[in-house]
Design a protein around this ligand. Structure first.
Ligand code: PLP
Length: 413
């Protein structure tokens, strides 16, 4: 599905990069090369300014005060919900705003799964899930007697689809699936998988954290039941995100947290809950953060998600070629459908040492297990370095990154 760009001329990537104040800084006396966008993305000035402006001019609580500021804050917050809904092509009433993917997946686990699962039921997960799409299901499984089943990978980091479909037996009630792997960059064929799951009556929960920032996502077209995303990887502030759910499922789900904002009426005999999605938004939300997230969706849309996807594919091809040429460097994850994430190992260097030495060259990569222990167990390695790219990275940065690895290699020789 494509998002039409308002302006057909190619984006000016140099000007776009200049929108990100942090990317202008140095670390250890070297110009920063930020290759950790899968961890968290950098923020354009438009988002920073929107958060600043909210606190300077409009700050008030939402849905409570009738005074002017209260109305402005509520309009800004609900306006952000509408922007995010438009970005994902969903209806705003199907979008629960929350602190991010972790909250969103726990909401599904506790509100949808906990009351429904029982002994003999199975939650099917893929080997490449982030802990946020594993641990909530383990907690629910412990309390319900359900079990977890794992869908394995092929050596290149693609899902073994035959094995996945074979694992979709009658006991499987729910499938948890990453749209894009945060470690390998593998892009899963979510539409096809959700169609197969639906044919078998399995509810699908898609973790869209690493997809939404990098490609146009038409959520209803995917055919899933739940879709979780996080704002801080898509140019938005931390502590923002959303859960999209099919309207009929949302309506059947009991509240997860109780408190203010999520009720219509409270008596000591019992409470009447607000309508979905508000009955999942107890307490004061991250108002300014979501206002910033709304502006982030405007920012991304103005560039165009198809242009972003194409730009990042170019950067990935360049970086893959540059890294492959380095002796002793091994890339984990070479699926044909891949987003701009490269996990790698260098002979003779522990991932943390390598990341520390790269940092001294100004290059920020993540090292460790990337909140995906079972995936690293599959590859039999204790840790990897991970370089993750965004549209604001440059070809020159990739050259500097490769040169920094070569320098580390010489140092360690
Ligand atoms: N799922 C994936 C695939 C991720 O990459 C991340 C963040 O690293 C998360 C879930 C958790 O997102 P958050 O920390 O915003 O809740």
């Amino acid at each position: 599905m494509t998002t039409p760009r308002p302006d057909p001329t190619p984006p000016d990537w140099t000007a776009i990069r200049a929108d990100f104040p942090l990317l202008q800084r140095e670390v250890h006396g070297k110009p920063l090369v930020y290759l950790d966008s899968a961890n968290t993305g950098q923020k354009p000035a438009a988002v920073i300014d929107a958060v600043d402006d909210f606190f300077r001019r409009h700050n008030a609580n939402v849905s409570r005060a009738v005074h002017a500021l209260g109305t402005e804050a509520t309009e800004a917050y609900e306006g952000a919900r509408a922007k995010l809904a438009g970005f994902l092509k969903v209806h705003r009433d199907e979008l629960v705003l929350c602190s991010g993917t972790t909250f969103a997946l726990n909401l599904v686990a506790y509100s949808w799964a906990l009351p429904r699962l029982g002994p003999g039921d199975v939650v099917l997960l893929t080997r490449m899930e982030h802990h946020a799409n594993i641990v909530p299901w383990q907690l629910v499984a412990e309390r319900t007697g359900a079990t977890i089943r794992v869908a394995e990978l092929l050596p290149d980091g693609s899902l073994d689809l035959d094995a996945l479909y074979a694992a979709m037996t009658g006991e499987v009630k729910l499938l948890g699936l990453a749209h894009v792997s945060n470690v390998l960059g593998t892009v899963n064929p979510v539409r096809e998988i959700c169609r197969e799951a639906r044919r078998r009556g399995i509810v699908t929960v898609v973790d869209g954290s690493q997809a939404v920032p990098h490609r146009a996502v038409d959520v209803p077209a995917l055919g899933c039941d739940f879709y979780a995303l996080t704002g801080h990887k898509m140019c938005g502030p931390t502590g923002t995100g959303a859960l999209w759910a099919r309207r009929e499922l949302l309506a059947q789900m009991p509240p997860f947290l109780g408190g203010g904002e999520m009720i219509k009426e409270v008596r000591f005999e019992g409470s009447v809950f607000n309508d979905p999605p508000h009955h999942f938004e107890a307490g004061t939300p991250n108002i300014a953060g979501h206002v910033g997230l709304g502006v982030a969706t405007d920012y991304l849309s103005a560039i165009g998600m198809d242009a972003i996807e194409a730009r990042e594919a170019e950067l990935l091809a360049h970086a893959t070629e540059a890294l492959t040429a380095i002796d002793g460097l091994r890339i984990l994850g070479t699926a044909p459908e891949k987003a701009a994430v490269i996990s790698f190992l260098l002979d003779g260097a522990h991932a943390h040492d390598l990341a520390t030495l790269l940092d001294l060259e100004g290059v920020a990569v993540r090292s460790g297990q990337h909140c995906a222990h079972p995936l690293l167990q599959f590859y039999g390695v204790p840790a990897t370095c991970r370089a993750s790219f965004a549209f604001y990275n440059t070809h020159d940065e990739i050259e500097r990154f490769a040169e920094a690895i070569r320098k580390v290699r010489r140092l360690l020789a």
